[in-house]
Design a protein around this ligand. Structure first.
Ligand code: BG6
Length: 505
């Protein structure tokens, strides 16, 4: 769009040159730090690959970030022809055609990067084919990215197969995704299997929340501006709320979900990461280890929860969908305390749930009330004046709102009313917000681990969750009606506060 606007202001030859120059500059900045790489998606015909990984690669191809020098291998146990694979993939890439202006030529160009490999990670069949594919372009400067889009129970087999085929080279990178275990012990076991063959610097653990544009923006907001940092502590902040609300139920994932529940599925990873980004100290540099060191300090400062800090719920139709009664929670709210100088006395209330009234993820920072109300005596004080709030909307309708108190214009004395500074990312930056996987996949090619979880972070999060799971074991979650914001919980009421529901889009 910016190109169109620019070109509208030009004519003829000038425009042709303008487009060429701008496109070149744009591609240069997009491809900074990237070298052509090979992506091997193990589990290439699975849900994750078709829904997320391949469409993300297609978008990056459309933007010129992935060039014709890249290669993609879709490895699967099933023997599938390239034509059939293209047919399976196409419905998941439709957005790029309807909203992204992709053409049939783009599609053909992208498909030309993809090779199909039949691979059985358990039996080892197809390993030689995969090795042949990689070795054709083997080069110590060319990253090979192995994305394990398969069940974690197969990670050990897959990594051993890579080693046995001579593919666990220094230029190899391994991408894995949750569930990386069911508790601290199983997580340690899975990670130990990976560590037998790959160094920590080669392992990219995805938490897709870290790839979301607005989640990255949280770091920009905090560390590229000074005005918030001076207020970002227990002198000025009353409390923090984080809501990740979904309207979907567990659908066809009931078997997986029932063994995990909202605490393990969402809190152990996504919500803990959000808490870290809000609470962390500024790192000295925006690099992988410094950012992750600071997040780790937050996790280690979270006080062990007590039973009264956790409230669980289950939507009414859940047991029926599952086909049996269950104590698994589909909603959870927690009150966290962070024991350090910055946050002592500032509760972090977090909640997430399925089948809630709306899909909305928001972080609300509520500042303390003004210490003295100078307007009270001349009538301004009788309005119900809420404290200042900073609302960071992660999805959908990404943006920031700063709630302030202003004077109502016109005569009639000093009448105050709540008003808002509203920054909508959609309106401000016309560009499409890329999916989290697009950013994360390119970071694996760049060799940048900043937005990936380090092993010690994962373990520290389990160190909080494991005891919490023990506290709730055997307790039946409260039922809630679908389409509400979850069961009434008195976590906040007990502190004289209430949940702030996400604002309307
Ligand atoms: C996944 C969970 O990690 O995140 C799902 O397993 C959940 O249960 C999903 O629905 C939410 O992700 P998003 O990006 O839609 O907020």
């Amino acid at each position: 769009r910016w190109l169109t606007t620019m070109v509208d202001n030009m004519t003829g030859e000038q425009a042709d040159h303008g487009i060429a120059d701008a496109r070149e500059a744009d591609i240069k900045s997009l491809t900074k730090g990237l070298v052509p790489s090979d992506y091997v998606i193990i589990g290439g015909t699975g849900d994750l690959a078709l829904r997320k990984i391949l469409p993300a690669l297609f978008w990056r191809y459309l933007d010129g970030q992935i060039t014709s020098d890249y290669r993609i291998a879709a490895a699967s146990r099933r023997d599938i022809s390239p034509e059939d694979y293209a047919g399976m993939l196409r419905p998941f890439c439709e957005d790029a055609f309807s909203g992204g202006g992709a053409s049939e030529d783009d599609w053909t160009g992208f498909l030309a990067l993809i090779s199909m490999i039949t691979l059985d990670v358990q039996g080892g069949a197809g390993g030689d084919h995969l090795a042949g594919f990689i070795n054709e372009r083997a080069d110590s400067a060319r990253p090979t990215i192995f994305y394990l889009a398969i069940a974690p129970s197969l990670f050990g087999d897959a990594t051993r197969l890579l080693r046995d085929c001579g593919l666990a080279t220094p230029q190899a990178r391994l991408v894995v995704e949750k569930p990386l275990g069911h508790d601290g012990a199983s997580s340690r076991a899975i990670n130990a299997e990976l560590a037998e063959i790959f160094d920590e610097s080669q392992i990219y653990r995805i938490d897709h929340y870290l790839g979301k544009e607005t989640v990255q923006n949280l770091m920009a907001l905090r560390f590229a501006n000074v005005i918030f940092e001076t207020q970002w502590n227990n002198n000025h902040i009353d409390h923090v709320q984080i809501t990740v609300a979904e309207t979907v139920g567990v659908d066809n994932r009931a078997a997986y979900y029932d063994a995990y529940g909202a605490i393990r599925d969402m809190v152990q990873n996504h919500l803990m990461q959000l808490v870290c980004l809000v609470a962390m100290e500024p790192p000295s540099h925006f690099n992988a280890d410094q950012v992750r060191d600071e997040k780790l300090r937050v996790l280690r400062a979270i006080r062990p929860l007590s039973a009264g800090d956790i409230s669980r719920g289950q939507y009414q139709e859940y047991a029926q969908e599952l086909g049996s009664p269950s104590d698994t929670e589909t909603y959870v709210a927690m009150k966290l305390a962070i024991d350090n100088w910055r946050w002592a006395g500032v509760p972090f209330y977090i909640r997430t749930g399925k089948k809630l009234a709306r899909r909305a993820s928001e972080i609300v920072i509520t500042f303390k009330q003004r210490p003295h109300d100078i307007f009270q005596r001349n009538g301004g004080g009788d309005i119900d004046s809420p404290p200042n709030r900073l609302i960071i909307r992660l999805q959908p309708s990404e943006g920031l709102r700063l709630q302030l108190i202003s004077k109502e214009p016109g005569p009639g004395g000093m009448r105050l009313f709540p008003s808002e500074l509203n920054l909508s990312f959609g309106d401000t930056f016309e560009a499409r917000l890329p999916d989290a996987y697009e950013r994360l996949l390119m970071d694996t090619a760049r060799g940048n681990q900043t937005l990936f979880m380090r092993r010690d972070e994962v373990f520290a999060a389990w160190d909080i969750i494991d005891p919490a799971m023990k506290l709730v074991a055997g307790r039946t979650p409260a039922l809630y009606r679908s389409g509400t914001m979850g069961p009434a919980d008195d976590l906040l009421a007990a502190d004289g506060r209430s949940w702030i529901d996400p604002y309307d889009d």
